[in-house]
Design a protein around this ligand. Structure first.
Ligand SMILES: [Zn+2]
Length: 89
């Protein structure tokens, strides 16, 4: 049987739960750790998932807010563009 390989530690996940990388924050975390692109459908082992959870607690969601601010900034930029576009017509 072929076991899914954990993105974090590159070992086969034979025991415990496995988690999907998913979108957003978790994907960013693993991408930075690997200095590489990661796929949302890639797997994380239970041990590495705990590292991620621990890190989000240690940083007190500091970076989560950064991402949120960035998304809101993009959104407000988009609104500005739409308004600008309407203005041009
Ligand atoms: Zn792992």
């Amino acid at each position: 049987m072929v076991y899914p390989v954990c993105v974090g530690c590159k070992s086969g996940i034979r025991h415990g739960q496995k988690f999907k990388v998913g979108e957003g924050f978790s994907k960013l975390f693993w991408s930075v750790r690997q200095l590489d692109r990661v796929n949302s459908n890639d797997y994380i082992c239970q041990k590495c998932q705990l590292k991620f959870v621990h890190w989000t607690k240690e940083t007190n969601d500091e970076f989560k807010n950064l991402i949120k601010n960035e998304q809101e900034r993009e959104k407000s930029n988009l609104d500005g563009n739409v308004r600008g576009f309407v203005y041009c017509i």
